[in-house]
Design a protein around this ligand. Structure first.
Ligand code: PCA
Length: 210
């Protein structure tokens, strides 16, 4: 049986010229295939609203068994699978369309929050075992990443009960901080490997039925 995994990333935002999630997802798609796993990818705009629409359309196109969304969390030291998506959008900087929602729901009338469907603890263990700095995160923020994570979990809860999904944040990649020595970063190789391990661990949990 082949498991189809949709892995999404984001375009650059906030004045950056690259987004490590986009670079790593592109490498992941070009890398060696894992037996029984078919990777599909999509790059989402950093725009409240259109980002969730693009995710929904990628799910409709690829009909995946598993969705792993990835985004950049500059300032974090490790790779952080997210535990919970919250129903609020509150932008600290404008999105790429210039919108800055304040205290708006992602989905009007939706539940306060959704837990990730990914095996967060097992992913952190597997990343650390591979020598990759990693930790659980209990907040994906209130910017576009959280809105996509929430939109994904709401889609699963209301329309696609068989689908499993979640979100992982990755730190800056080295090239983003060459002139900002106080900011943590990882190599692109390590971030790419982190996404591969995240997918592999999630597929393993899916196959084992948890
Ligand atoms: N990170 C932002 C949005 C896009 C991205 O890669 C976030 O954490 O919300």
């Amino acid at each position: 049986m082949t498991t189809t995994v949709l892995v999404t990333a984001f375009e650059p935002f906030g004045g950056e010229t690259v987004n490590p999630s986009q670079q790593a997802v592109s490498r992941l798609a070009d890398g060696p295939a894992t037996d029984g796993v078919q990777i599909r990818t999509a790059v989402l705009p950093v725009e409240f609203g259109p980002a969730v629409e693009a995710l929904r359309s990628a799910v409709a196109t690829h009909d995946p068994d598993l969705v792993t969304c990835a985004g950049e969390a500059g300032g974090r030291f490790g790779v952080t699978p997210e535990r919970v998506a919250v129903n609020v959008s509150d932008a600290h900087i404008p999105d790429n369309a210039g919108r800055s929602p304040v205290d708006e729901p992602v989905v009007a009338g939706g539940p306060v929050a959704y837990f990730s469907g990914l095996p967060v603890a097992a992913i952190v263990d597997a990343l650390r075992a591979a020598g990759i700095p990693a930790d659980k995160s209990s907040t994906a923020g209130t910017y576009v990443c959280n809105s996509v994570f929430y939109g994904l979990m709401h889609l699963i809860a209301t329309e696609r009960p068989g689908l499993v999904g979640g979100f992982v944040h990755v730190p800056y990649v080295h090239e983003q901080v060459v002139d900002r020595g106080d900011q943590p970063s990882l190599s692109l190789d390590m971030i790419t490997e982190a996404l591969r391990i995240t997918v592999q661990t999630s597929v393993g949990a899916l196959a084992a039925g948890h």
